[in-house]
Design a protein around this ligand. Structure first.
Ligand SMILES: [Zn+2]
Length: 274
């Protein structure tokens, strides 16, 4: 009897171990059943679609700023297997940005209404790069697959061209017919992207106070209308700003600590729901 149970449980446990991942820097455990190879193939394909159909910005200053800051954040990510690219979409009415799996980052030109210097732009780009590094899209797609398909989840995720997975991915990463309608991440993922993004900003030599200034600007009532797109996917409330300030204090404290001293984990947990 015990043997039969073990025979049943071991493969199930192995599947879960195989599907368990952990986010960089925060070490938060994640359940992701979509293989990285497939996730990246979807990202590549979506990026090609966007580049073929969307209008890219012809603004030389905006393109130069995104290329300049993107290069530094990409270098700080120390992820040689990611194929980082940074593009500006021509849409002044949308202040938002997103990153496809594999590292294709798109910024709407409307973002420049608030991201007025390199520190602010670095805040946004590092945050988006962090979502990709921590595979937040694949994590969310796993949840959606699970919710929709229950037991069929693994089988489906392993199949290469399942249209249901493609549809979920298109909604999550905000491309295809829904381009511009980027689905909001969960609060936990947002806070984690902030925490990882701040570390990348710091490594790349940007001023972390720039992140505080940026998020405070996001919160102001007189913010220009395009901002609403960003705020709808990135709620800039008091607890977010408080968490960002705490992350910054942690980063600074870690730098003052003598080498070899034990580091506290940069955990995004602590009772954050969602
Ligand atoms: Zn985000």
């Amino acid at each position: 009897m015990r043997h039969r149970l073990a025979r049943l449980l071991v493969p199930v446990a192995l599947l879960f171990v195989a599907a368990c991942d952990s986010a960089p820097y925060t070490e938060r455990r994640q359940l992701i059943v979509i293989p990285q190879r497939q996730e990246r193939a979807m990202g590549e394909r979506a990026a090609r679609d966007i580049l073929r159909t969307a209008r890219l910005s012809g603004n030389a200053a905006q393109n130069a700023a995104v290329a300049r800051v993107g290069r530094r954040i990409a270098a700080a990510s120390q992820a040689p297997d990611m194929d980082w690219e940074f593009h500006v979409l021509d849409d002044d009415r949308t202040a938002n940005a997103f990153c496809l799996p594999g590292g294709k980052v798109f910024v709407y030109s409307g973002l420049f209404a608030v991201a007025r210097d390199d520190d602010a732009l670095a805040t946004v780009l590092a945050h988006e790069v962090a979502h990709a590094l921590a595979r937040h899209g694949a994590e969310r797609a796993t949840l959606e697959l699970g919710a929709q398909l229950g037991g069929a989840i693994l089988q489906l995720a392993m199949g290469d061209e399942d249209p249901r997975l493609a549809a979920i991915a298109a909604r999550i990463w905000g491309y295809g017919s829904n381009l511009g309608v980027v689905l909001p991440y969960g609060r936990k993922q947002e806070y984690e992207a902030d925490a990882i993004g701040l570390r990348l900003m710091d490594k790349a030599g940007y001023d972390l106070e720039g992140a505080v200034r940026f998020w405070e600007a996001m919160r102001r009532a007189d913010a220009p209308k395009p901002l609403w797109a960003f705020v709808s996917t990135h709620p800039a409330d008091d607890s977010r700003l408080e968490k960002i300030r705490r992350d910054i204090r942690e980063i600074r404290a870690a730098k003052r600590r003598p080498p070899g001293a034990e580091l506290p984990s940069a955990t995004p947990s602590g009772g954050l729901g969602g």
